[in-house]
Structure formats: C-alpha cells, structure tokens
Design a binder for this molecule. Structure first.
Ligand code: 8Y7
Length: 283
C-alpha cells in the first residue's frame, strides 16, 4: 500500500505522511467581491496567506458553488473567476493549489495558471474531464456523489451506502488507471452531503476505515455542512465544534486530508488526534 507518500502537485509537494488540511478558498463574487461582479485577487491572496500561516497543506480554489441546489455557472464565468486568483497566489505561496471543478476547460485553464491538483466532485464523469486529467498529469481527488448538485438531495437512495460508495470510487480509480492516470496520483473522497441523507453520512463516517483499507489516500469534507445543521439544529456559523469532532473521527480511521473553511482550528484538532494515534505504548 503506497499511502505514505509525498504527492507532486505540479512541482509543489503535498506531504501525506501525516494528516493535512485543505483550506477552502471560494472565489464566487459574493465571497471576494471587488464591489462589482468580479473577484478581487488581492483579497483572495490575503485569505490564502492566512490559511498557509494557519498550517494548511493545500488550498482548494473553487469558482462554482457546488453546494446542493446551487445554480450552474458557465465555463467562461468560472475561468474568469478562478484563473486571476490562481495566478495571484501560486507564485506567492509554497503550498499547492487545487482546482475545485468538474469542467475540463476549467481544469486546463487552472492547471495552466499554476494549480497542481484537480478536485472533482463528479470524479471525472463529465465529458472530456478524464482526458483533460490524463493530459494535465496532476493528482486528482475523485469524489462520490449521487446525482447532480441541483437534484442530489431530492431522494438519495442506497441499499448499502458504505459498500456502494467504496465500489463507485474503486470503479472510478480503475477507469482512471485504464485511461493512463497512475494510481499513486489518486485520492478518494466519499462526498459527505452529496446525495446523502443524515444517516447515510453518519454510516459513511462510522465506517470510513473501510474506504481507507482500499489503500488510497482519503480526503473528506464535512466543514459546516448541512448534516450538522440538521442533526444539531445549528446555523452555518456555529458548526465548527461539530466539524472538528467529525474531522478527528475521520483522521482516527486513517483519512489523510480534511477539507475545511477553518484551517487553524482543524489543524489543531487533527494534530492532536495524530499525537494520540502515534504515541508509543511502551515506556
Ligand atoms: C466537498 C468538495 C465541496 C467535499 C471534496 C461544501 C468542492 C460543498 N464539498 N470537494 N467540495 N469533498 N473533495 O460544503 O466534501 O464545501 S463543496
């Protein structure tokens, strides 16, 4: 099992010999507005530098809201949002940037601008995405989702959610390998909240170790997600403690990367978890 590795993200290292945090940098006009309809790259750079200082290992730049029920964004619009931000931050920070997109054109533009990983919530199922990933030759995070963002929370259904999600991901890994993407460039993610009811999410977390056993690095995203809101009845800005609890549980079961809005707190939570996991039992 080649799981303890340092991934080469277009020249920048991602050290997976210990748990890491992926900081979320949403570059939609409502997050980093220049006052109009565009994103201000300098504001995004400041945010990225703060995440680096807080201990992030990689920054995930996304220009399309992939939240359940989100509206579609055109290819041109998405490129116009993410490319200036990637260009502004890639030379200034030492850690890799991942591009959160499912569109092959955006993957190409982002990697050309300096992104070193593809984070695809559709696991390269969009037409042309697999070929783009093969050609771009950067690591890819393959995420499970049932349905598309606009409809996926309508009526998620599984016979055995843990086994089905794991099987889907291993099938996508096989497809990627057949297309020419080396297995050691792949990361897998069960996709919390993407076409899952609360109990599906809870079962996936309880049994995350089953996915870890498949041998690929596991990334998870639970930060501020609606599953927390539903179970605990807390608004978006009061979900940090629960997000950290879930992050610790994921690391405890062998997950390697936590995608989070709250980098500093998440780094502390997973480093503490890692100390417990690594402590010598003798002496
Ligand atoms: C995830 C993600 C989102 C996740 C990975 C949100 C882009 C929704 N969630 N990517 N993206 N895993 N790999 O609430 O769970 O952040 S968007």
């Amino acid at each position: 099992m080649m799981n303890n590795v340092i991934l080469d993200c277009a020249g920048k290292p991602l050290d997976l010999t210990r748990p890491q945090v992926m900081g979320i940098l949403n570059v939609t006009p409502d997050s980093f507005s220049d006052g109009g309809q565009f994103v201000a790259p300098d504001a995004a750079l400041k945010q990225a530098q703060k995440m680096v200082a807080d201990g992030a290992a990689i920054i995930d730049v996304g220009g399309e809201s992939t939240r359940p029920g989100a509206a579609m964004v055109s290819v041109d619009e998405e490129i116009a949002r993410v490319v200036p931000v990637i260009e502004a931050i890639q030379a200034e920070i030492a850690i890799p940037i991942s591009i959160d997109t499912s569109k092959p054109e955006v993957m190409r533009a982002a990697v050309n601008a300096g992104a070193g990983m593809i984070n695809d919530v559709q696991a390269l199922r969009v037409k042309g995405a697999l070929q783009a990933a093969v050609e771009l030759d950067v690591p890819v995070c393959l995420m499970h989702s049932q349905g598309t963002p606009d409809t996926m929370q309508d009526k998620p259904q599984y016979d055995a959610v843990v086994a089905e999600v794991s099987q889907f991901l291993m099938d996508r890994v096989a497809v990627c390998e057949q297309a020419g993407i080396s297995r050691d460039k792949l990361i897998v993610d069960p996709g919390f909240g993407f076409g899952k009811r609360a109990n599906h999410n809870l079962r996936l977390m309880k049994h995350l170790g089953d996915l870890v056993k498949q041998g690929l690095p596991v990334l998870i995203g639970v930060s501020r997600k609606s599953m927390i809101g539903k179970l605990l009845n807390v608004p978006m800005d009061e979900r940090l403690a629960a997000s950290l609890a879930l992050s610790a549980l994921a690391i405890w079961q062998g997950a390697k990367i936590i995608r989070s809005h709250d980098v500093g707190a998440t780094v502390q939570a997973i480093m503490m978890t890692n100390h417990v996991m690594k402590v010598n039992d003798v002496g």
